[in-house]
Design a protein around this ligand. Sequence first.
Ligand SMILES: Cc1cc2nc3c(=O)[nH]c(=O)nc-3n(C[C@H](O)[C@H](O)[C@H](O)COP(=O)(O)OP(=O)(O)OC[C@H]3O[C@@H](n4cnc5c(N)ncnc54)[C@H](O)[C@@H]3O)c2cc1C
Length: 431
Amino acid sequence: MTADRGTPHVHIIGAGLAGLSAAVRLAERGHSIALYEAAAQAGGRCRSFHDAKLDRLIDNGNHLMMTANTAILAYLDLIGARGGLTHPQAAVFPFLDLANGRSWNLRPNRGPIPWWVLDPKRRIPGTGVLSYLKGLRLAFAGSEDRVTDCLDTQDPLWRCFWEPLVIAALNTPANEASARLLRHVLAETFAKGEGACRPLVARHGLGPALVDPALAFLQDRGVAIRFNQRLRRLDTTGRRITALDFPNQAVELQEQDWVILALPPQAAQALLPNLAAPLDHHAIVNAHIRLPKAPDWPFAGAEGPVPEVPFLGLIGGTADWLFLRDDVVSLTVSAASRLAERPNDEIAAALWSDTARALGLDAGDQPPIRVINEKRATFAQTPAALRLRPAPRSAWDNLLLAGDWTDTGLPATIESAVRSGEAAAKALTLP
Ligand SMILES: Cc1cc2nc3c(=O)[nH]c(=O)nc-3n(C[C@H](O)[C@H](O)[C@H](O)COP(=O)(O)OP(=O)(O)OC[C@H]3O[C@@H](n4cnc5c(N)ncnc54)[C@H](O)[C@@H]3O)c2cc1C
């Protein structure tokens, strides 16, 4: 259907995953909506673009999801795009320790009882059963506890499992990160067994997998999508939003109209100065390296064929994760606020060195590298910040909030963004 549905009743501001998730739910219900985005493209912190230096489509950063992310999968089913994500046949996370060359596969087993920790061949090298049992301390984490209050940082499991997990899942150093939030991640993933832990990766990039099909779904339903529209001001009368001010247009709201603000916390707070929001943040740095040709992937385990988009966890270097898409290697460093302050050529050199060591390439021949420095990748997921996460309903009767930073109970991830958009769409009552 391409017909215009008349005056929009729901104005969604922000076309990241939270805004797109709200939009597709409401479009499915037949509501008339308009979507406004400040940038020239949708996707926000989860986007793809053609990079002229590498002459390849690249993502702003590697994004790893898991089969536990049921909201993402439901979103993809709704827009008919489940095929954009791929996962290996089983949950296998290969790791390499660059400090000593040791490699292993983290392989949780089926079902909720983690018997794999009883098998010395499946345990992480240097760890014993006791290392894993100590993790049970997380079950008793208080609301103010940080991860390092609950876990033994001297145990060999710390460096090879807990610390990389905290950094990847919470993008916050472990001595700041909320222990309860980490417990929640474990409850949704490892505690459910292998089936919930299969790593989901965008086959051809984030835009083609998660963003473009949503835009097509919305366009097919006559939704107006307005790019280069940065909301500058919200006008209010009493407890209602009455107008939206964009650079080239002012939108007067009717009595029955709603607004969903699906913005990053800093942008939401700039528009609503009294809004309590978690504003401290951490960076994620990514580097994309175009190799002269696709290299062999040396980490195929005994668990099956090399996945479509192979990836590797790295310990003891600068990078945390390495992904390979044909001839492009992409590396991620999370909780990287200090690294993000260094010049790009230094970052590129450090990440190329990790790549050459991991893939056995000649380190002397540095290929073209694009560094992408997302300084505000996510909010700092500390106990204090979690208390500032707002519910979808705001102090204004016709304004709802969405975004990965709102109170979804999850870390600031795509799953959180998608769930927040769903929650906002659900909270809205229209004639
Ligand atoms: C490098 C990187 C790696 C990541 N890795 C992972 C990962 O591995 N797994 C995972 O699940 N998550 C990951 N994340 C987090 C994930 O990308 C975010 O949680 C998610 O994309 C947030 O979506 P959102 O819609 O809440 O916010 P955003 O994506 O920030 O969307 C907000 C949108 O609002 C727009 N906007 C801002 N101000 C205005 C305004 N005034 N008017 C109109 N529009 C405005 C912005 O341009 C943007 O498009 C990563 C993030 C980064 C940056």
